[in-house]
Design a protein around this ligand. Structure first.
Ligand code: ATP
Ligand code: MG
Length: 385
């Protein structure tokens, strides 16, 4: 999807691909197949490029420092990116700069977790690997001390640490996305609502319906503040929890709730995919503009409501292998629908594409997006009402 934006801008890109058949290698002409953990490979790809950027956060921090020292500008740079790579480092930094988040502690064993649980009103608590998690892999809700074993076993295997967090009783999840350029220009997208299922982003509504104006502003200010403090370049996505509890110190009746930071991503993010079709400038284009230190495009929504629903591989249904076969129905039913398929093998639960609907009436827009995604999943029935 970044390549699509690069084509529009006429900016050539070179790709480091994990394999010859991955989605991006299907559409980027200059693709090097190799291991992003190998510094020599990274050097070969970066050589001659104006800037280096990422579509995941797993490139080792020390390699990014090496590339930077050798004169390859990494955007975001390693000092910023480490906060998207390591949830322990991120939490410590958020505390230091005074950005609100769940209570938390880096823990070493189950007894340590039990001790932490006492400070947050008891189990259940959330355990997370500090590094390497995605799509809810590496996040566990544990009910008691015995339940902690699964997290510590996983951490021993990967060498990552474990972060304990209070289980936030959130109203819903929000996301505040900003683009920031090396010159310091920032564009803030409307704050969106995201719905997760089994730890995977399922549906995003832009803007977040019925979000208190002051909370929306607070969420955008938090994202801008983090982007500036960490010197982020490119897209920063701040995943947030909206809670009903009032901001400490707020006068009675003044605050309708608050937002807490869940985690950070420094790349175009799933909760920003709506912007490709629903905003004046999509997040992929603004990421490229930011990375190249060009003036940013307007992040404004084009229409009152945009709803994005991910297409996940379904376990059943005639379309589960052949997504293309879904086109005749969804296009005939809804000429305003936008569909993005990623060229991935369809596996149960895997994100293989997304659909976007937009318009003036939220309920109608939602129904259209949900219906199309359910059709592609081969799973029509429960989502389409
Ligand atoms: N402290 C918490 N309290 C309640 N729910 C939580 C908490 N932390 C995480 N969750 C739930 O688990 C989901 C995944 O957590 P998180 O975003 O930290 O993990 P991840 O696997 O790194 O996610 P991603 O797919 O966004 O990279 C969250 O979106 C939220 O639904
Ligand atoms: Mg997340």
């Amino acid at each position: 999807m970044m390549a699509q934006a690069a084509v529009g801008l006429g900016v050539p890109i070179r790709l480091l691909a994990e394999g010859p058949d991955v989605s991006a290698a299907q559409v980027v002409r200059e693709a090097v197949v190799g291991d992003y953990r190998d510094l020599e490979t990274l050097r070969r790809v970066a050589d001659g490029c104006a800037a280096v950027t990422f579509d995941h956060e797993h490139v080792p921090t020390e390699h990014l420092h090496a590339l930077t020292e050798e004169g390859h500008p990494c955007r975001p740079g390693p000092a910023a990116l480490v906060h998207a790579q390591d949830k322990g480092v991120m939490r410590a930094r958020m505390d230091r700069i005074g950005v609100p988040g769940p209570r938390h502690r880096l823990v070493t064993d189950a007894a340590d977790v039990a001790d932490f649980a006492k400070t947050v009103g008891g189990f259940p608590v959330v355990l997370k690997t500090t590094r390497g998690g995605y799509d809810g892999k590496g996040v566990w809700l544990v009910d008691d001390e015995a339940g902690c074993a699964v997290a510590f076993d996983a951490a021993t295997e990967t060498g990552a640490g474990i972060l304990a967090e209070e289980k936030v009783d959130f109203r819903r999840e929000l996301s505040a996305i900003v683009a920031r350029s090396p010159s310091g220009q920032v564009a803030a997208y409307p704050v969106v609502e995201s719905v997760q299922r089994d730890g995977i982003c399922w549906e995003v509504t832009a803007p977040a319906p019925d979000l208190d104006e002051s909370l929306a502003r607070e969420a955008q200010l938090i994202a801008m503040r983090i982007a500036a403090d960490l010197d982020v370049t490119g897209i920063l996505a701040v995943e947030l929890f909206e809670t009903a509890e009032p901001t400490p110190g707020a006068a009675l009746g003044e605050s309708t709730g608050r937002v807490l930071v869940n985690e950070l991503a420094m790349r175009p993010h799933n909760t920003g995919h709506w912007s490709m079709d629903g905003a004046v400038t999509g997040q992929f284009e603004n990421h490229l503009r930011a990375v190249l230190d060009l003036p940013l495009g307007s992040p404004r929504a084009r229409v009152p409501w945009t709803v994005m629903v991910n297409i996940l591989g379904g376990p059943h249904g005639r379309l589960s292998e052949d997504l293309y076969a879904g086109y005749p129905h969804v296009f005939a039913r809804d000429p305003s629908l936008k569909v993005h398929l990623y060229g991935k093998d369809v596996k149960p639960g895997r994100k293989v594409g997304h659909v976007t609907a937009y318009g003036d009436d939220l309920a109608e827009v939602r129904e259209r997006a949900r219906h199309a995604a359910a059709w592609f999943r081969g799973d029509l029935g429960d989502e389409s009402e």
